[in-house]
Design a protein around this ligand. Structure first.
Ligand SMILES: [Zn+2]
Length: 315
């Protein structure tokens, strides 16, 4: 029997041997126990995240400072994920920081950078081009283009985040769309490894935070699952508002794909849905886009209308 003919028998024997030692493998050859362990850890992390979000909002609410609580939202556009390097090649990053009281008061509360990741790994140019065409339309690095600014982006981001929480050097929690969570966490953790920084980036679920915040200001469990907040985020009322994307995307046909636009309009969406219940007037350019028409707040919130009637009209 030749080497190739022996291979399947040897593999089967090895699997059986492993199984005899108590190591069960999936049909693809993955260790079942390790996968289960990974799932358990992930569930535990999510449980911890939900608990932290509940506590943060409950403590701020109890202390009467929920309107001033600062929330940071992050978005990253990427070119590709290189499987062998286990590394994303980012294209653009943005973070907004806002409170229900002040919304996004000025430019200093928005961090935005185009990322130059250097040359892409061999064989990924096509994938990067497809990703760019289908989403953000940022030109991927061409062959020989080793323009690199990730270290600068990382330290600028660190500086921005360190100044968010007054009197604290602790980094704020970064909220992002549920679909981006794993990618964003991995990008930030990779950068920490690359630059030898022992920072703790906590990337949390935006939709969950939005639901808890909405219920807290409404004083009821009206949004009983993330489906409610998710639907409002997906509706994306301010997707085509002017003046919130970066200069690069302003002259493209996809300004809504801009990371800067995403983090600003998520903050606007949250303010638009939450401020009315605690009688904070919506200020165009701070809580909603400049172009929005905002309702006048009634003298008393006792004769409460559904807060959707008190949100802005987008143009
Ligand atoms: Zn942009």
């Amino acid at each position: 029997m030749g080497k190739d003919e022996r291979k399947p028998y040897e593999e089967k024997a090895l699997m059986e041997k492993n199984n005899l030692r108590g190591v069960k493998l999936t049909s693809e050859g993955y260790d079942v126990a390790a996968l289960e362990q990974e799932e358990l850890l992930e569930n535990k992390r999510m449980e911890e995240m939900r608990l932290n979000i509940n506590q943060t909002i409950a403590i701020a609410d109890k202390g009467g400072v929920l309107p001033e609580e600062i929330f940071c939202i992050i978005h990253i556009n990427t070119f590709v994920y290189c499987v062998s390097e286990k590394r994303y090649y980012p294209a653009e990053i943005a973070v907004s920081s806002f409170s229900l009281q002040d919304g996004i008061p000025n430019e200093e509360h928005v961090f935005h950078k185009m990322v130059k990741p250097g040359q892409l790994p061999m064989g990924y140019a096509g994938d990067a081009k497809i990703m760019a065409n289908e989403t953000h339309q940022i030109d991927p690095p061409t062959y020989g283009d080793d323009d690199y600014n990730i270290e600068e982006v990382f330290y600028d981001l660190k500086k921005f985040l360190e100044t968010r929480l007054v009197g604290s050097k602790r980094l704020p929690v970064l909220y992002t769309h549920a679909k981006q969570m794993k990618m964003v966490q991995q990008v930030l953790d990779t950068w920490c490894d690359d630059f030898g920084e022992r920072l703790l980036f906590q990337v949390y679920n935006l939709q969950y935070m939005f639901r808890v915040l909405r219920n807290a200001v409404a004083r009821s469990n009206m949004w009983s699952s993330d489906t409610f907040s998710d639907r409002v985020i997906e509706m994306d009322k301010f997707a085509y508002s002017k003046g919130i994307c970066c200069a690069y995307h302003d002259v493209t046909s996809v300004p809504h794909q801009c990371s800067r636009s995403v983090v600003v309009r998520y903050a606007y969406t949250i303010c638009d849905n939450c401020c009315g219940d605690i009688d904070i007037p919506l200020v165009p350019g701070h809580h909603v886009p400049h172009s929005s028409k905002v309702p006048r707040l009634r003298a008393s919130s006792q004769m409460s209308l559904a807060s959707t009637n008190r949100s802005s009209v987008s143009f």
